[in-house]
Design a protein around this ligand. Sequence first.
Ligand SMILES: [Zn+2]
Length: 215
Amino acid sequence: MTISHHPPDELLADFATGRLDEADHLVVAVHVAQCPACRRFAGAMEHLAGAALEETAPVAMKADAFAAIMAKLDEPQPAPRADVPPPSALPDEDLPEILRRCRFGKQRRVAPGLKLQPIILPSAKQSRAFLLWSAPGARMLQHSHSGTELTCVLKGSFSHEAGRYGPGDFDFGDGDVDHQPVVGPEEPCLCLVAMTGDLELHGLLGRLISPFVRL
Ligand SMILES: [Zn+2]
């Protein structure tokens, strides 16, 4: 596997120091697991953050802090939420190890040649993660983002103005990026995506179908 596109340094630093929302963290983790260069970078950032912590002056704890923590641990755990949908079966794909441990929602078709399966992440606050299948040769509508879009290719490929993205490649999009990806002709493209905000579709067709495309 040749990886040519990586997360921006700032995103990798936030990943290494545990500051990303759960869905964003998952997409970066899937890339980092396959990319030795980003693993080295993230490892170095973790090391730096650990060293900075060691140099921080210790703060005195309250006398009853230990007892308070133990009391908290003894508290009954909340019952599982009834409104969380039951997980559906793992998609029939050769997924990376990290994803095989996830819970998946129901797969659905969002547009011709485009289907989506949400990943259930109870701690995600702003971002949501899903698997996205696109048909070979599909041309996505010209779009930009009101939030951010993190993508890691799992299978197949797509291309847009910034180049070709194959397995392991990472693509970062935000409000400044306005692109029209085209899926490679060789096979369906499977991507792991984390999104905040909404897609903003452009052009007449985009405006016509955007009420029906819900990602
Ligand atoms: Zn990388």
